[in-house]
Ligand binder design. Structure first.
Ligand SMILES: NC(=O)c1ccc[n+]([C@@H]2O[C@H](COP(=O)([O-])OP(=O)(O)OC[C@H]3O[C@@H](n4cnc5c(N)ncnc54)[C@H](OP(=O)(O)O)[C@@H]3O)[C@@H](O)[C@H]2O)c1
Length: 322
């Protein structure tokens, strides 16, 4: 797989198209928009050979092996499944889908069509995350007891933003909850047993989520995300021997070394720095023949956690089994 077609021309598309184009062995051969004019404009702007009107037309093309989908969340399942049925590999923006049922249907369709899929959750593929996974596995932090994560962007809306439209899967629960719930699932390596969530709704969509999770072995997590505080993208994974702290896990701050810290019980702090592009690593993984199950399970279980958080919030914050 090396020739990508892009579905959608949104904000994140620009960045991912550049990442696709700068990944060795990968090219972007076509871009599709709902309108021919917009597809043409993007194709010209980014040096893409073909501008395609309508997403369906993309799926019939012989010069496309895989599609990158950067559509609003409510359209992820429909177009990922259509792409799989057309024999295309799938790189789908986060959140993978709007519900666990949809997420499972994507997985099923890709399995049946024997195509590969990944959600475009870049941070999971950064060398820093690999180091964190190794530290956790080696017991560098001792026994993990608590995880906390916070992701926010203050009012990140453009006109007609899908984030403010419930029918398009808007709201911070799916949009940013994907990161904080995913971080907790990554750190503990399994689903929580129970969750409780409080959600602030405005204009019909979640604007702030505050949640707690209970895992096996008395591990707990606290999560915060929303559109009503300045940019935060941090986590802390606290163990009996040390804590791992990171202040930019979803995407490293621009023009600074990618970093994280291990704080031990005596106050000693180790700073670790990393290089590499998380998006290119993700694209290379999808384009390779390496197994993807670990990442797919992470995505499917994150989707399950979000559904449980939603259920708890709808029930006034009651504890819910996952
Ligand atoms: N991985 C990351 O770091 C990251 C960052 C930001 C966003 N995202 C994710 O990427 C996806 C897209 O986000 P975005 O901020 O790029 O969105 P956006 O700027 O609103 O773009 C979404 C695109 O989807 C297409 N679309 C199709 N039907 C639509 C509809 N009914 N309403 C609006 N747009 C429609 C449009 O393209 P055409 O009109 O050309 O068809 C539009 O440009 C979301 O799932 C979001 O969570 C990921």
């Amino acid at each position: 797989m090396k020739r990508f077609g892009v579905l959608g021309t949104g904000r994140i598309t620009r960045r991912l198209v550049a990442d696709l184009q700068s990944t060795e062995g990968v090219e972007v051969t076509a871009i599709a928009s709902r309108t021919a004019e917009r597809a043409r404009w993007y194709a010209d702007q980014y040096g893409i050979a073909a501008a395609v009107e309508g997403y369906q037309a993309m799926l019939g093309r012989d010069d496309v092996d895989a599609v990158y989908l950067s559509l609003p969340p409510s359209l992820h399942a429909e177009w990922s499944i259509a792409a799989a049925n057309a024999g295309k590999h799938v790189l789908c923006e986060k959140p993978l889908a709007a519900t666990p049922l949809e997420a499972k249907a994507i997985d099923q369709a890709c399995r049946e069509a024997e195509v590969r899929w990944l959600d475009a959750t870049g941070w999971l593929h950064h060398p820093r995350t690999t180091a964190a996974a190794n530290w956790l596995q080696e017991g560098r932090l001792g026994q993990v007891g608590h995880v906390s994560a916070a992701v926010s962007f203050y009012q990140p809306f453009q006109s007609d933003d899908h984030r403010l439209d419930p029918s398009l899967g808007g709201g911070c629960l799916l949009d940013l909850g994907w990161y904080v719930a995913g971080l907790a699932r990554f750190a503990v390596g399994e689903l929580p047993l129970q969750v409780a969530a409080d959600v602030l709704i405005r204009e019909g969509v979640s604007q702030r989520l505050t949640a707690m999770m209970w895992f096996d072995s008395n591990i707990t997590a606290t999560l915060s995300c929303g559109y009503d505080t300045a940019t935060r993208k941090w986590f802390e994974i606290a163990g009996t021997a040390a804590s791992l702290v990171c202040d930019d896990f979803t995407r490293p701050w621009a023009e600074r070394p990618t970093r994280c810290w291990i704080h031990d019980a005596a106050g000693k702090v180790e700073q670790h720095s990393f290089e590499g592009s998380q998006e290119r690593a993700m694209i290379e993984l999808l384009a390779s023949d390496q197994p993807l199950e670990q990442w797919q399970r992470q995505a499917l279980e994150t989707q399950q956690i979000l559904a449980a958080l939603q259920k708890s919030a709808s029930a006034g914050g009651q504890k819910m089994a996952v």
